[in-house]
Design a protein around this ligand. Sequence first.
Ligand code: ZN
Ligand code: ZN
Length: 263
Amino acid sequence: MGYGGNTSCVSLDIPGADPIVFDLGTGLRYFGRAVRGGRPFRGTSLVSHLHWDHIQGLPFFTPLLSDGAHITMYAPRQADGTSVADIFADMIRPPLFPVDLMTLPGTVEFREVCNDEFEIDGGPAGPISVMSRTIPHIGRTLGYRVEWNGGSVAYLSDHQMPSDGSFAAEDGALELCRDVDLLIHDAQYTNDEFAVKRDWGHCTVDYAVWIAAEAEARQLALFHHDPTHDDDVLDGLVRGAAEVGAEQGVRVFGAREGSCVIV
Ligand SMILES: [Zn+2]
Ligand SMILES: [Zn+2]
């Protein structure tokens, strides 16, 4: 009720540029309401991976129901070569959805990426730099780092920590997080929960604080809360993590639906 129950979706607003959205979970419906009218929606999505909780908001994104609307979607190139466009076309079609993705008035342009660096055209804001790196989860998964005008944000929503509970990270994950202004990172489990879900693709709150400190991130948003945690549990986890983070020079807070962070 407090932190919010929607699945992963974070919008990144760069003055003068079209919106960038990390993931397309159910939170995308709320972002759709906030989109200003007047001209067809244009924006970019950086999709971490294709698990339901990260893509299921797309067919409910009402700005896509206008002629001329356009989303450029970056998503991980699949290890088995299956095209991401085909996967979405298979998901958004009868009998799973009333209409085909291709019959929606707006268009989605798919771009498959892996360990890459690329630029998004920010219009008057100029080029926006993006780094994508594979990170451990279940299935091909990317973390992203976006930089513009000296500011940086990293997004690692689903990140498997070492299953023995130790604190270590692949070079690519650390590269994404290094000196970042804001790190949005998986923080799904308590240590006790991780002990029985060691290979479920996620990490602990303690691990999130560790990687933020290790990479010298300035702020850490604890993200991808476990759906069984209520507000009281999350308040406790956030409070403890904020204390540990403060000792290591990292401002730690819990990602909360509708909250806005200025970097
Ligand atoms: Zn996942
Ligand atoms: Zn997820």
